[in-house]
Write a protein that binds this ligand. Structure first.
Ligand code: MN
Length: 478
């Protein structure tokens, strides 16, 4: 967006989040990803006459969890509405959603933007059932329909029109992804469609107080596509406005192949859907007990954690971001600090070798904070070298659940060798075998010290106490 542009972008997002319940929102069909087409389709998913929906309570609990995390007001009583439209992938002829009494009202999500905190204000978060999937491109003659997705439990999180740039929108989506993963509300996988975004974008002159005509870009499943679509839409709408035209209120699709948005249909108004409360579903009452139980299990989220790590642990913003973004490292650092490990030291371990191991080992990573604390302490007390600790012991600790660090170090025979006389013997041998290097060192090529150190480490499997070794070498040829 060039500085000469007279328009501001205003964006409101609708994020559809697929909940990680075992069964669908109103039936016992499984929600597993990647099943054969139309294999997760019982009578309810197929909307056979006479079947009735039964609300999945777990979905409500997850919705409340996200609502609490987003500082929303949780409804004491909610109900479901029918949103009517005709489409082949929706056998009911309507979508069950929450138009008037959503589970969560208002709230905000804090995002880090330009080194500041920005509160993205929410309209609501509501529960709804997903539609099936039409597949148009496999045959010239037919469209195919897969109803596995029909009835999948979704949360739709709706922001107010408060986002102002593609970058900000990208950061917001990433933050939502982190939050739902932290809370175990959803796997947040955008490629698998567990997180999908509709963006409502309008342009206005900087001096205008009223919002411009909004255009909806539907169903994007990557942060990158959302950002690209917004950049394209800004250009497109600017051009219309610059030439005295009028932006049409419509739904558009982002074409990933050419990076453009294309018109899809004119935007429906709410009254086109003939909403009314679903008579098949009784209003759901959220008891005090249910709410308290969920509240008592709430955990710190990435935003709070980053704050804690910077303000109290005094980590650099970069380290804080790395550690706070991952549930495992976030929990580990809190445990380490509680166990008495200095925060800056704990931060280096977690942002460095521990994070690197997590990146390699995927979802199966488990590491006992007590054992990690003893490893850090062993290094600090010079009982084992840092190199051996991170390269040999740490991966083993992750692999073998329940093993004690001290036992492992002893078993692996990695205890630091700080016996001066044995080290002295080893060093003598190395110096004798490198007469030319010793001579060069004496003549000022001090960098050769690293070569001698390396030889000692090699012969001792990295167990030689670095300080003592260095001192002995210097004493002998310095
Ligand atoms: Mn929706």
């Amino acid at each position: 967006m060039g500085a000469e542009q007279p328009y501001e972008m205003v964006v409101g997002l609708e994020v559809h989040i697929q909940l990680n319940t075992k069964s669908k929102l109103f039936s016992s069909d499984s929600t597993v990803f990647g099943a054969d087409a139309n294999s997760l389709t019982n009578e309810v998913s197929l909307a056979h006459p006479g079947t009735l929906p039964v609300l999945n309570k777990q979905a409500v609990k997850l919705a409340i969890k996200l609502g609490l995390a987003c500082n929303s007001e949780i409804a004491k009583e909610m109900y479901f509405d029918r949103k009517h439209y005709f489409y082949p992938d929706s056998p009911l002829g309507y979508q069950i959603t929450q138009q008037n009494k959503p589970v969560c009202l208002g709230g905000y999500v804090s995002i880090p933007f330009k080194n500041q905190e920005k509160k993205v204000v929410l309209e609501k978060i509501h529960l709804e059932a997903d539609a099936g999937k039409s597949i148009h491109d496999q045959s010239d003659k037919y469209s195919l329909i897969d109803l596995n997705r029909a009835g999948m439990p979704l949360l739709e999180l709706v922001t107010k029109p408060v986002l102002e740039s593609p970058e900000e929108v990208g950061i917001f989506i990433n933050e939502i992804q982190k939050i739902v993963r932290f809370l175990d509300v959803s796997d947040g996988n955008m490629e698998e469609g567990s997180l999908r975004c509709d963006a409502n974008i309008s342009l206005k002159r900087k001096s205008d107080t009223q919002l411009g005509q909004k255009v909806e870009i539907k169903n994007m499943n990557s942060t990158r596509n959302v950002r690209k679509a917004l950049v394209y839409e800004y250009e497109r709408q600017s051009e219309i406005l610059n030439t005295g035209g009028r932006v049409v209120g419509e739904s558009r699709l982002f074409n990933v192949n050419n990076g453009r948005t294309e018109d899809m249909r004119e935007k429906e108004e709410a009254h086109d859907y003939r909403y009314f409360p679903d008579p098949d579903l009784a209003p759901f009452v959220v008891s005090e007990e249910m709410l308290e139980k969920i509240e008592s299990k709430m955990i710190l989220l990435p935003f709070d954690l980053r704050k804690l790590f910077v303000e109290e642990y005094r980590l650099s913003p970069k380290e804080a971001l790395i550690i706070a973004d991952n549930k495992i490292t976030a929990k580990l650092i809190i445990d380490l600090v509680e166990a008495g490990i200095p925060a800056d030291l704990a931060g280096k371990w977690l942002a460095g070798p521990v994070k690197a191991l997590i990146n390699q080992s995927d979802l199966l990573f488990s590491l006992d904070s007590k054992e990690l604390a003893s490893l850090v302490t062993l290094v600090n007390e010079n009982k084992i070298t840092y190199t051996n600790a991170i390269n040999k012991v740490l991966p083993e600790l992750v692999k073998s659940v329940g093993i004690e660090t001290s036992k492992l170090v002893a078993e692996m025979n990695l205890t630091v060798d700080d016996d001066e006389s044995s080290l002295s013997g080893i060093i003598d041998g190395i110096l004798i075998n490198h007469p030319e290097e010793v001579e060069a060192y004496k003549n000022g090529k001090k960098v050769l010290l690293q070569l001698f150190m390396g030889q000692v480490m090699k012969q001792t499997q990295g167990k030689a106490d670095p300080k003592i070794t260095m001192k002995l070498i210097k004493d002998k040829i310095g």
